[in-house]
Design a protein around this ligand. Sequence first.
Ligand code: GLU
Length: 378
Amino acid sequence: MSVSIPLRRDDGVIEVLKGYRVQHNNSRGPYKGGLRFDRNVDLDEIRALAMWMTWKCALLDVPYGGAKGGVRVDPRRYSTGEIERITRRYTSEIAPVIGPNHDIPAPDVGTDENTMAWMMDTYSVGRGHTVLGVVTGKPLDVGGSLGRSASTSRGVVAIALEALRHVGIDSAGATAAVQGFGKVGRTAARLMQEEGLRVVAVSDATGAVADPDGLDVAALESHVDDSGGLAAFPFAKSIDAEDVLTANVDLLVPAAVEGAIHAGNVQQVRARVIVEGANGPVTAEADKALAELGVLVVPDILANAGGVVVSYFEWVQANQSYWWSEAEVNDKLVDRMQRAWRLVTSYAVEHAVSLRLAATCLAVERVYKAHAARGLYP
Ligand code: GLU
């Protein structure tokens, strides 16, 4: 669905933005997938992301299909009030195609729990009663789940630890670089440090920093909270953002946007293991080259699935109005991630294919089985 979003800006000028919601497949359950606010959003990007959600949900065995939404807007150039008006108008435009049993949005690039609260509220106003299950990734005060905000990162780290073990690297003292210091990369860096890894290089849209002895992630986080970005962090050397991707590390976590590692920079990649925190950070050409270079790549539909797994837990809790403890959420999340890891690695070994191909085959097969079992109506 393509929609126009007329926005009255704070200065009174009217602007019209473009928005999309793509539903890729619902053989296994309601459509599910995030909503992104980004200046590069277009229909093709949202279609690709919707398809990845179908495979991701199937691979992790959560009972959803795949969808994605987006608004073509640079949220940094708009006030909070303007973002709220964009969110509410977008939600009312797509309201006919979403719902707790139909299509359930969640946060993605450029959106957060406030966006989800406004979406839930706008949808609920239209229905005349509160519908908690229409979106996930909500604030705790309005039906969010404990553990949701850190869930993608927690899943990335659980998978990174497995991947390092798989290639025989001891995670204690292993080095890591993280591209992106937003919702996923920032908490992943902190959790990796807690697990004993040394985070030696990080970047965001404003800058990049490195320290071979290990960055102080807590200090980075408070600098970002105060100044809005990594630029001008006083306690480490500034480097080129591209150098984070080519850092000589055991583990690289690209956790920003699509296409970060491409044919033009892949030959400089030094990491032994890449865990895709973002959706689609490695292009198809780069993926081939990395296989030839012997780099283990853990695909997005496995590596960053922790977000939608806890979205599923949030939806289950909201539908039952019964809330779990944070430890319960985290334990169930890590257990599911590890089970999916074992499934994908054993398939990859058995069929002598990459983890990406193994994960995709398993996911497509599950969607196929659901599709075939349902048959054709009438
Ligand atoms: N946007 C996240 C993703 O790409 C989460 C989606 C969700 O929770 O529905 O997986």
